[in-house]
Write a protein that binds this ligand. Structure first.
Ligand code: COA
Length: 261
């Protein structure tokens, strides 16, 4: 797939995807979301990539949400459902990716932009970032998972306040609410994201994949089934060559050499 709306920087062990529609504040047209999906899947299939960073181009916006021009042109409930469903599938696929996705929120993250950020495994924000779910101003509701991921991240009442008022919050408030992992100056954002990505890249690849699966499956299913999943994935991890290597390397006081097997 050729990309018109994103930039992809492949610098193993990290791929950085930059939404590149600065004149539209990096709004997510359908095409843009498809391109992000394609680039994320390509990174997932590339053995040299161990982590993905997603950010926005310019200094104003991470992503100002779904493309409102496209929303305005929708005619029927069926079209609305299809629009939301295809977006959900892209964000589910991010959670299901066996590699971590770090969101580097460099400005506005509104509506679908905030929902995109919440589909990441780790969310970093620059000091100038701003978050909000302003869909109610447009006569719609969040359609990229915001009504589900936001309450799970920050709790029901705090989520409902943001969802029902459409108010914007700054990065410091997003940190206070537990929406983002940390806030850094804009110039430090990508270096900080890269540092986390490189730390994760030093770990056993299958252990990273299985940890991610266990967390998301548990959140979906609840603690009982989640703990069952953890037991099964723990068993899978024990069955890997990397578990033998990791535990042996510790006892031999040396660095492990992972095979991803
Ligand atoms: N979809 C399409 N275009 C968008 C957009 C979106 N979600 N958000 C911003 N843009 C476009 C604007 O239409 C404008 O285009 P123009 O220069 O051709 O007129 C350009 O990006 C710059 O936006 P503008 O509104 O002029 O900048 P601002 O600094 O005054 O305000 C925002 C910035 C982010 C507060 C404002 O653009 C905004 O509220 N955007 C919509 C956010 C939203 O509701 N997202 C949820 C969608 S479900």
């Amino acid at each position: 797939m050729t990309y018109d709306n994103i930039l992809v920087d492949h610098a193993p062990p990290v791929t950085t995807i930059t939404i590149n529609r600065p004149r539209q504040l990096n709004a997510l047209s359908t095409r843009t979301l498809q391109e992000i999906h394609d680039a994320v899947q390509a990174a997932g299939n590339d053995e040299t990539v161990r982590a993905v960073i997603i950010t926005g181009s310019g200094e104003r916006a991470f992503c100002a949400g779904a493309d409102i021009g496209e929303l305005q042109a929708l005619e029927t409930a069926q079209e609305g459902y299809a629009h939301s469903r295809s977006s959900h599938q892209v964000l589910f696929a991010m959670e299901q990716l066996d590699k971590p996705i770090i969101m580097a929120v460099n400005g506005y993250a509104l509506g679908g932009g905030m929902e995109l950020a919440m589909a990441g495994d780790i969310i970093l924000a620059s000091e100038n970032a701003a978050f909000g779910q302003p869909e109610v101003n447009l006569g719609i509701i969040p359609g990229f998972g915001g009504t589900q991921r936001l309450p799970r991240l920050i709790g029901r009442t705090r989520a409902l306040e943001l969802l029902l008022t459409g108010d914007r919050i700054d990065a410091a408030e997003a940190f206070r609410l537990g929406l983002v992992n940390r806030v850094v100056p804009l110039a430090q954002l990508l270096p900080a994201a890269r540092q986390i990505a490189e730390t994760i890249a030093q770990k056993a690849p299958l252990a990273i994949a299985l940890t991610k699966r266990s967390v998301y499956e548990g959140l979906e299913a609840g603690p009982r089934a989640g703990n069952e999943a953890e037991m099964a994935y723990f068993g899978l991890a024990v069955g890997t060559a990397d578990r033998k290597e990791g535990t042996t390397a510790f006892l031999e006081k040396r660095q492990p050499e992972w095979q991803g097997k």
